[in-house]
Design a binder for this molecule. Structure first.
Ligand code: RIB
Length: 308
């Protein structure tokens, strides 16, 4: 059991998920099948995942003063996440994500960020002591850029390692990337950040990772879907084998990967072993429908029987 202290600064949403044969085209109405409403949001998914893996997790987030926020809060508490720094916004509603999941387990997501976009640098300052005592700080990009930048600075100046999951993608300033210890884009985000988005073919992970490293982070871990992952810290340059499972829903697989990688690093694992562990956690998540409800406990990861 890990006792690593982790702080996540990020978003919390309620996910409205519809299963559909395929993702609808623009202007098209499709009849889907199952519907579920479940807790999501990249930040909250990562916090719940890390807590279920045994870390001591505090979440810094903003929810609305509504039933969605109430239910997210109850879910964090049930997962053992410290909610002391989750604040309620009296004007903005809780974040919502509309998600379609197709037969191949791929998804399309639209987020109405609501209160997530009110999470401020002052909210980070209120949690500064917690951040300074943590082993790792984890961030994503569903909250205002200035809040992300401030949190990274607070952690970096205190010698706390920072994981940045650059999702949803947006341009990142080099002075911010220099303070990031672990950058975890998926292949599309890595392509976007390195100007390869138009190339169309499979990402050349080693060269994209090299270019990302030149932007300043201490290490880069690119998730490659069914091609596994690629890790580099300038010394280690390694492909991590994919784990073959029957996918049901890929939603939050990247969140699980980032959280598990950070937990493993906080526990003292090296980068390659941490990525292998994160791969196992993400593989379990894709076999289940929904975001936070799919996150496995540590004991499940240890006992899960994978196909390969
Ligand atoms: O990464 C998956 C998450 O993206 C979903 O839970 C949704 O809320 C969006 O934030």
């Amino acid at each position: 059991m890990s006792n690593a202290r982790i702080v996540v600064v990020g978003s919390s949403n309620t996910d409205m998920v519809v299963k559909s044969r395929r993702i609808p085209r623009g202007g098209e109405t499709l009849l889907g099948s199952d519907f579920i409403m479940v807790p999501g949001g990249k930040g909250a998914n990562q916090a719940v995942c890390a807590a279920k893996l045994g870390a001591q997790v505090a979440l810094v987030a903003r929810i609305g003063n509504d039933l969605f926020g109430e239910s997210s809060l109850a879910n964090f508490r049930q997962a053992g996440v410290n909610t002391q720094y989750v604040t309620r916004d009296s004007n903005a509603p809780s974040g919502i994500a509309l998600i379609t999941v197709d037969e191949k387990a791929e998804n399309a997501i639209v987020v109405a960020p609501g209160a997530n976009y009110e999470l401020s640098p002052e909210d980070v300052d209120n949690a500064a002591q917690e951040i300074k005592q943590a082993r790792m700080l984890i961030l994503q990009l569903e909250i205002p850029p200035q809040t992300v930048a401030h949190a990274i600075e607070v952690a970096h100046n205190a010698g706390v390692r920072v994981t940045l999951n650059p999702a949803p993608i947006r341009p990142l300033a080099r002075d911010i990337l220099k303070m990031v210890d672990v950058l975890t884009p998926n292949q599309h985000e890595a392509a976007e950040l390195t100007g390869r988005a138009g190339e169309g073919s499979e990402l050349d992970a080693p060269s994209a990772a090299k270019e990302l490293m030149a932007m300043g982070p201490g290490s880069v871990v690119i998730t490659l879907g069914n091609r596994g992952a690629y890790v580099t810290d300038g010394y280690i340059n390694e492909f991590i084998e994919p784990i073959i499972v029957k996918p049901v829903d890929t939603t939050a697989a990247g969140d699980a990967f980032t959280a598990a990688l950070s937990c493993a690093l906080a526990e003292g694992m090296n980068l390659s072993d941490a990525a292998r562990f994160a791969n196992r956690v993400a593989a379990i998540v894709v076999t289940r429908l929904g975001a936070q409800i799919s996150m496995p406990a540590r004991s499940e990861v240890d006992s899960f029987s994978f196909g390969n």
